[in-house]
Design a protein around this ligand. Structure first.
Ligand SMILES: Nc1nc2c(ncn2[C@@H]2O[C@H](COP(=O)(O)OP(=O)(O)OP(=O)(O)O)[C@@H](O)[C@H]2O)c(=O)[nH]1
Length: 188
């Protein structure tokens, strides 16, 4: 399985590139990397041109394929699939820094033949945390060609297994926080 870190967004709401935001002394992308490393053979970061030189040289990193550059997370997933051949990809956004290895390990252990395994709870869907089978690549391509960028729309059309976040952790509202804004600016 290849780990895919989505780090090519514009971070407009956050105000600075989320991949390089920090919790303690760790960048968000480092946290995602460390979480994926134990469960994946290889981890690839999919980012944007201007951020590419900021990542350490020893890490595997690419930018979105030219054809779909900046077309959102689906473009990132597609680009990783083009770059690295594998049966399965574990996808993570760079902006969920409270996820941990144990949660990802439990996700890996979910037995499913679906094209995608993603996570949800009563309030939220987490379409960017999941395991994607390579068989979905042509469907992603068609979506992007038709200028359809929504990951959720795609997942609702295909065979997706939704794993309950409560099955992965006792406190999903903490561990599955999505930091679109800096922590200090959040109201909740
Ligand atoms: N490779 C790649 N990743 C993306 C792209 N757009 C978003 N992402 C990543 O997907 C995840 C979710 O992104 P969002 O928070 O929805 O979008 P964002 O552009 O980062 O932030 P906003 O500008 O505030 O919407 C983040 O990890 C982003 O880095 C893209 O075009 N290419």
């Amino acid at each position: 399985m290849i780990g895919v870190i989505l780090a090519g967004g514009e971070s407009r709401r956050f105000g600075s590139p989320k991949a390089f935001a920090k919790i303690g002394d760790q960048y968000f992308y480092e946290i995602a990397y460390k979480n994926l490393e134990p469960v994946c053979q290889k981890v690839i970061i999919v980012t944007r041109d201007e951020l590419l030189p900021l990542f350490p040289s020893h890490l595997l990193k690419i930018v979105d394929t030219v054809q779909f550059k900046g077309n959102g997370p689906l473009a990132g997933i597609y680009s990783a699939m083009i770059e690295e051949l594998a049966e399965q990809y574990m996808v993570l956004p760079c902006d969920m820094p409270f996820l941990n290895r144990a949660i990802l390990q439990r996700l890996c252990n979910v037995c499913s033949k679906s094209m995608v395994v993603a996570v949800r709870n009563e309030q939220h869907l987490y379409p960017l945390v999941g395991i994607w089978n390579r068989s979905v690549i042509n469907i992603i391509y068609d979506h992007l060609q038709n200028n359809e960028k929504s990951v959720l729309h795609l997942l609702k059309k295909i065979d997706t297994t939704w794993v309950e976040a409560e099955y992965l952790t006792k406190n999903p509202s903490y561990y599955f926080q999505n930091l679109n804004q800096p922590l200090e600016e959040r109201s909740e």
